[in-house]
Design a protein. Structure first.
Length: 371
């Protein structure tokens, strides 16, 4: 407003000036807010190294210190915060990896038990290197399922005087191989194939090949002895020479097949006068045997006091061997009695072992008793 020639008049320049000032102020307000926000971001106290190391970003670190509004920052300010965190990390020693800090090494798991081998058996190092190489070769053959090749090597090694320290290990391997070959449709020395023809019977074939009927049926999975099919091929042993040698002092017995080691058994030995040294032959097989102790009542199978187990093989003396009443190979219900001298009984075996012997030893099979 101003005084003019015609009284009080409106000054247009003055109104324009006031409007420009108001607009300028309105523009300065947001700029000031931006400056304040930048100042707040730059002026924030730098988080400690421990906070940075223990968090994934600066925002989490500030949240741990109780600073409000840490999660409401704009992306622009978050970028600034990240730069601050990187700068702080560069000026100090790098912390250990989070995996090590948060997951300390645990105690190692114990290794599973391993079956002894030519390299792990504790006594294997006591034999010459050449014999160790032969043991490894035998194990390689077993891995390749060449059981006949492994058996040939192990049988030779068992006879080697330098292998005395690992003879027990060799025998364990041979036992598994021999039983696998014998009780399956796989070839082995002394084994042959018989094609069934009209008139063949299990009993007739068993007598012809000098094996037990039970063995012939088990090896060929024959359930019915009268059910042989003409043309069927049967695996049989051709007149095998099984021989069992019992050692009284060591309370053990070794079974050989055609002069070669087949298996070793742990046995219990009765009183010396009841188990004399000599050569005997299997004269009969009795399943579920009663126990006839001299001068006492017969105890039936399964009754308390019957110590003969599930099977009994009666022995008869040969040549000049003295006759001993009741001498036999028999089972036992007390496996703790094996491996030592016993106050009663004759030559006792684990029930499963004597059942296998009854399967293998035909009538007349030789049994030697030695010290």
């Amino acid at each position: 407003m101003m005084r003019g020639n015609y009284g009080i008049e409106f000054d247009p320049e003055q109104g324009v000036f006031s409007f420009r000032k108001i607009a300028l102020l309105l523009l300065l307000i947001p700029l000031a807010l931006v400056v304040v926000m930048i100042y707040r971001g730059c002026g924030t106290e730098e988080p400690s190294p421990a906070q940075i190391a223990g968090t994934d970003n600066l925002e989490t670190a500030r949240g741990n210190t109780g600073e409000a509004g840490g999660n409401d920052r704009t992306p622009f300010l978050k970028g600034i915060s990240k730069d601050l965190a990187d700068a702080a990390t560069a000026t100090r020693k790098a912390p250990p990896p989070r995996e090590l800090a948060l997951n300390p090494p645990s105690r190692p798991e114990p290794a599973p038990p391993v079956e002894p081998s030519a390299t792990t058996d504790p006594q294997a190092s006591a034999i010459p290197a050449e014999l160790q190489n032969q043991l490894r070769l035998a194990e390689q053959n077993m891995t390749k399922d060449d059981l006949l090749g492994a058996r040939t090597i192990l049988l030779t090694l068992r006879k080697n005087q330098d292998a005395a320290n690992v003879r027990e290990f060799i025998e364990r391997k041979l036992e598994k191989i021999n039983q696998t070959l014998l009780f399956s449709d796989r070839p082995m020395p002394g084994k042959t194939v018989h094609r069934v023809v009209p008139g063949d019977l299990v009993g007739k074939l068993a007598r012809s090949y000098n094996v037990t009927e039970e063995f012939l049926m088990k090896v060929n999975s024959i359930e019915n002895a009268s059910g042989l099919r003409i043309g069927k091929e049967l695996w049989v042993l051709n007149k095998p020479n099984f021989c069992l040698t019992v050692f009284r002092k060591s309370c053990s017995a070794v079974l050989t097949l055609n002069g070669e080691f087949f298996r070793r058994y742990t046995v219990g030995i009765g009183p010396a006068q009841d188990v004399p040294i000599g050569t005997y032959a299997v004269s009969s097989r009795v399943k579920k045997p009663p126990y006839r102790y001299p001068g006492k009542k017969t105890i039936p199978y399964g009754a308390p006091g019957n110590i003969l187990g599930t099977t009994c093989l009666l022995l008869s003396p040969t040549r000049e061997t003295p006759v001993v009443q009741g001498l036999s190979l028999h089972g036992t219900w007390v496996n703790a009695s094996l491996g030592r001298a016993c106050s009663d009984g004759r030559i006792r075996f684990n029930n499963k072992d004597i059942e296998q012997l009854a399967l293998l030893l035909p009538m007349g099979a030789r049994v030697n008793i030695m010290d």
